[in-house]
Design a protein around this ligand. Structure first.
Ligand code: ADP
Ligand code: MG
Length: 606
């Protein structure tokens, strides 16, 4: 037996493949552990030893029985992410109550001017109104006054209640109107303004106020005004009830925070304001591509943000800050929930923000040092193999059904690495900023989560609702039953279903909302990056000249990313799917496998 191990040290994961060279390159074992330390530093050796031990244990040998260890010429690419809020809701076109009381009353959509309960008796029966009921009025009095007004044909189309009385008022009145309750700061509701109240049936979500055109219909908005209310509609998706009040312009406004300009240096120099949003930034980037470096206007938020990225990278790689060059950025529009100043029910507004992933190419990583240390600790000869992209291609080609020419997309944690291999074996590769970690960051911030690991779990696993202690309903509607009762603390909660564990999600977001945020985050990062990658590696920048795309890397394991990417690429007639390295590894282990194959070929003079 002549056993050779290939070791791929990635930003997130270290992978090992072992093959027997005496048995015609027969792969006998693989393993995977979390990378220890920053990629390209000797801290990695601990993780490599662990992964080697695991792979050797599988076949009952010790590490020193290996003949050779091949490590990758790791791509000196490190990614980082940052986020900048670019709007601030002090006031908007409409005041929004995005809160989701447990038990609203009634049903339907009502619109009308806001009036106090006390004012009802002075009204005439020609105007639609929304009745505002403060806590000082008990539910019986409130119901009585509403009924009196109904008798006088006052068109009360909905009510907003301060106390938690929605249902009990609803049960006592003669007409069914939507009632939203638990509105804490009811004294701040502007009076005499056009408002809309919507309550959905139990188990349903609102449909009118969460739809921009629904809001436009209710408030008779012009197209230009409709654009401004998109964040409001989005914030209400998945709620069972909502109130939106239209105030005269200038009452509540969204302010754009001047966040500073990015300075993109490539074939020429472009300046672009962060507040212009991601697509303007990405357009500006493609004008100067290939990028040499990025800075931010000094003294502005974005200036600080870029300098922080540079500083972190400098510290990690032990280089001077001046030497750190940002070689790619990915800008993505996102939202950050922030408490609205002067809100009515302690509600949050989704402020616009731009998330940036930056990628830095450091000088060549000191792989020799790692190799030497590894050789010292194992007593096995350690070689530094070929370029990571070429190795990934070699490994990906072991996927059944693939052939050259072929594009591989290695979608990892910090960067999306792509390579194109021609019929004549020449490989062209490119790296782009932004991958799995950016998706996790977007999920975390858009859902307002404290915990990064929870966001990571939401990214990786399907959602479900615990309907009873004996059944859960998955986000796709399918139901799963259990023989033994579930933990009572899970009852009626939204959960993440892992293979051996159910984790409750500690927010009141509806499942639909969490699912939408999750899928959008993936789409925003990966669709953009895949198109960028393919344009850069495809002959003549023509996506249609590509036949096969194989996805590898950790994010290709995702339960929906391959489908999201395939859908997008089907427009271009490209066949796309997750790799299945060696026919049994799934999209994992491409680089480690490629390293072993490459060494085998070199020994045989191929
Ligand atoms: P690297 O090559 O940089 O070490 P990997 O290929 O290991 O990176 O990919 C790491 C990324 O893959 C992380 O962002 C992680 O969240 C993501 N990932 C790993 N497993 C899954 C999964 N089952 N579903 C979705 N994403 C996953
Ligand atoms: Mg990798």
């Amino acid at each position: 037996m002549k056993l050779v191990a290939g070791v791929d040290i990635g930003n997130s994961t270290t992978e090992v493949a072992i093959a027997d060279f005496d048995a015609n390159l027969k792969f006998v074992s693989s393993s995977m552990v979390k990378t220890t330390g920053i990629k390209g530093t000797t801290d990695n050796v601990a993780g490599v030893l662990l992964a080697l031990k695991e792979a050797c244990d599988n076949i009952n040998i010790t590490v020193d029985q290996l003949d050779t260890i091949c490590i990758n010429e790791a791509t000196p690419v490190i990614g980082d992410v940052a986020m900048e809020t670019i709007t601030e809701t002090i006031i908007t076109e409409s005041t929004m109550i995005g809160h989701n009381p447990e038990t609203p009353g009634g049903l339907g959509v009502g619109t009308g001017k806001t009036v106090f309960l006390e004012e009802l008796e002075y009204l005439h029966a020609n105007e639609e109104v929304i009745c505002i009921i403060p806590r000082s009025v008990d539910f019986e009095t409130a119901a009585k006054k509403l009924n009196e007004a109904f008798k006088r044909n006052i068109e009360i189309t909905g009510a907003v209640v301060q106390a938690d009385d929605g249902v009990i008022i609803s049960n006592r009145i003669d007409k069914k109107i939507p009632i939203v309750d638990e509105v804490a700061y009811i004294d701040k509701v502007p009076m005499g303004m056009l408002a809309a109240v919507e309550v959905a049936a139990p188990g349903k979500t609102i449909k009118v106020l969460s739809n921009p055109y629904g809001l436009a219909t209710v408030f008779k908005l012009l197209p230009e005004e409709t654009k401004h209310i998109i964040p409001i509609a989005r914030a209400l998706i998945g709620n069972r009830s909502a109130v939106v009040i239209r105030t005269p312009e200038g009452d509540v406004k969204e302010r754009v925070i001047p966040a500073g300009k990015l300075i993109l240096m490539g074939t020429k120099q472009n300046k672009i304001g962060i507040e212009q949003g991601s697509s303007a930034i990405m357009d500006s980037l493609s004008e100067v591509w290939p990028l040499q470096d990025v800075t931010g206007e000094p003294g502005t938020n974005v200036g600080g943000m870029i300098e922080r990225v540079r500083q972190v990278m400098g510290e990690l790689t032990g280089q001077n800050i001046e030497e750190i060059k940002i070689q790619d950025i990915l800008a993505v529009d996102t939202f950050i929930p922030q408490k609205v100043q002067g809100g009515l029910a302690g509600e949050f507004a989704l402020e616009n923000a731009v998330a940036l992933a930056a990628m830095v190419k450091t000088s060549k990583l000191p792989m020799e040092t790692i190799a030497k240390k590894l050789q010292g600790e194992t007593g096995v000869k350690v070689l530094i193999g070929g370029v990571e992209a070429n190795m990934a291609v070699l490994g990906a080609l072991t996927t059944p059904g693939t052939d050259k020419p072929l594009v591989i997309l290695d979608i990892g944690g910090g960067s999306t690495d792509s390579a194109y291999i021609n019929k004549d074996e020449s490989v062209k590769s490119i790296h782009h900023a932004g991958a799995g970690e950016m998706v996790t960051m977007l999920i975390k911030s858009e859902l307002g989560l404290e915990d990064y690991n929870l966001a990571e779990d939401i990214k990786k696993h399907p959602l479900a609702k615990v309907e009873s202690l004996f059944n859960i309903r998955y986000e796709d509607g399918s139901v799963c039953f259990f023989q033994q009762p579930l933990d009572a603390s899970l009852f009626a909660r939204n959960i993440i279903v892992k293979s051996d564990e159910m984790i409750p999600i500690p927010t009141r977001h509806a499942i639909e909302k969490i699912k939408m945020v999750r899928r959008e985050a993936k789409r925003k990062v990966f669709v953009t990056n895949v198109i960028r990658a393919l344009k850069d590696v495809a002959p003549n920048k023509d996506l249609r000249s590509i036949d096969f795309v194989v996805l590898v890397g950790g994010s290709a394991l995702d339960f929906e990313i391959p489908e999201i990417i395939s859908d997008e690429l089907s427009h271009y007639g490209v066949v796309c799917g997750s790799g299945n390295i060696r026919g049994n590894q799934g999209p994992r282990n491409a680089v480690a496998t490629g390293l072993v194959i490459s060494y085998y070929n070199s020994l045989r003079g191929i």
